[in-house]
Each structure stands twice: as structure tokens, then as C-alpha cells.
Write a protein that binds this ligand. Structure first.
Ligand code: SAH
Length: 202
């Protein structure tokens, strides 16, 4: 199952002209596969919002596993690729072009996201986490290593807790010309965050 998902996700197109200011990097297919198959096992893939969906790998993967999924991004160009990616795999995903800060929902969902890490701007992931904690019961989020103190504090202040931390080293493709090597390996952490009362409300 996981392998099949990964193979499908590997076939997706990434960013054509990655915009440095938006920190556009694609999540590797095997990491996306790991996160989404776990989310499925936890029963978290009902309605999924992918904040900063880029070319759509997390939103599309969620849809492949049966979720109703929505991808949100400020970048039209990325969303156009995301839409073509969804069509290619024959899944329906709704894409919304807006700044994640402007998103408002009436009921809570699952958020799966790989937000900007703040390599360009420190804590560029803060508005993403803030929004996720506002609209989600359960969050799967990828951050640069050693974000745990920051993530935990934000979560706990809003009545959430971290239930899992998974650590990975991922290759980032040489997307931007200032990187000299074809790949750069960076340590990342994936958090599963849950609203404190969400177990009793299931
Ligand atoms: N989630 C995708 C892309 C990660 S890169 C993947 O896993 O492959 C981060 C994405 O966040 C980029 O596509 C960028 O355009 C988007 N982004 C950055 N700031 C944003 C904002 N304020 N609102 C919505 N999207 C934003």
C-alpha cells in the first residue's frame, strides 16, 4: 500500500520555477508516503487541508487514500501544476488560491502540511502552525530539526499536544542556484499534534 502510494507520488511534477521567497521545496515521495499511511492508520484522513500545498503531493496523496482533500497555496503557478498532478492520477482535489492566514473554516479538519521552514525568514512556519491550530483537530506537520520546543509551546498554549515526533534526513533537490551540490541533506522532524479533547470526542 505504502509502496504503491509512493510510486504514484513519485510520478508527480514538482515546481517549475521555485520561488525563493516562498521557500518552495517538494516533499520527497517516500516521506509523504510515510506521513499519509500513518495518518490513515490513525483514522485521520477524513477531511484534509494541505496548507502551502505547492505542487500538491500531500493533498493528492490524501485523496488517493480516500480523503476529501483541499490544497491551499498563494502561488497560482504551483496550483496549476498541482491541478495537473491531481488529474494525472485521476483524483479530485479542491485547490484554493489564498494566503493561509486568510483561511476560515466552520468545522475542524485534519491538516497535513510541509510549510516553509524559515530558512529565509526565521519562523516562517509560525502563521502555518497558527492557522492549523485554529482549523484542525489533528495536524501532521514537517519542520526543520530542533523545532520541538517552538512547536510544543505553540501547541500547548492552544490546548493541543504533540503525540508523535518522527525524525528524518531528507535530500533537498538543488532547486535554487545558490546551492552548490545537486542534493543537500537536511534533518527534519514530523509532528503529529492533536487537540487535547479530540480523543474523547471521537
Ligand atoms: N507542501 C508542498 C510544498 C512545500 S513548499 C510540498 O510538500 O511539496 C511551501 C509552500 O508554501 C510553497 O508552495 C509556497 O508557495 C507556500 N506558501 C508560502 N507562504 C504561503 C502563505 N502565506 N500562504 C499560502 N501558501 C504559502
Amino acid at each position: 500500500m505504502k509502496r504503491r502510494l509512493e510510486i504514484a507520488l513519485e510520478s508527480l511534477e514538482g515546481f517549475r520555477n521555485p520561488k525563493i521567497k516562498l521557500e518552495q521545496y517538494t516533499t520527497p515521495a517516500n516521506l509523504a508516503g510515510f506521513i499519509l499511511t500513518n495518518a490513515e492508520l490513525f483514522g485521520d484522513l477524513m477531511t484534509v487541508f494541505d496548507l502551502g500545498c505547492g505542487t500538491g503531493i500531500l493533498a493528492i496523496g490524501s485523496a488517493l487514500l480516500g480523503a476529501y482533500s483541499v490544497g491551499v497555496d498563494v502561488d497560482w503557478e504551483a496550483l496549476r501544476i498541482a491541478r495537473a498532478n491531481a488529474e494525472k492520477l485521476g483524483v479530485s482535489v479542491d485547490f484554493v488560491a489564498c494566503d493561509v492566514r486568510n483561511l476560515e473554516l466552520r468545522r475542524r479538519v485534519t491538516v497535513v502540511m510541509n510549510p516553509p521552514f524559515g530558512i529565509q525568514r526565521r519562523h516562517a512556519d509560525r502563521p502555518f502552525l497558527e492557522k492549523a491550530l485554529e482549523i484542525a483537530d489533528t495536524i501532521y506537520s514537517i519542520h526543520s530539526a530542533e523545532s520541538e520546543v517552538f512547536v510544543r509551546k505553540m501547541a500547548e498554549e492552544r490546548g493541543f499536544r504533540i503525540t508523535h515526533v518522527w525524525r528524518f534526513i531528507i535530500p533537498l533537490k538543488r532547486t535554487y542556484s545558490f546551492h552548490e551540490k545537486a542534493f543537500k541533506y537536511i534533518p527534519v522532524e514530523v509532528y503529529r499534534i492533536e487537540r487535547d479533547d479530540s480523543i474523547s470526542r471521537r
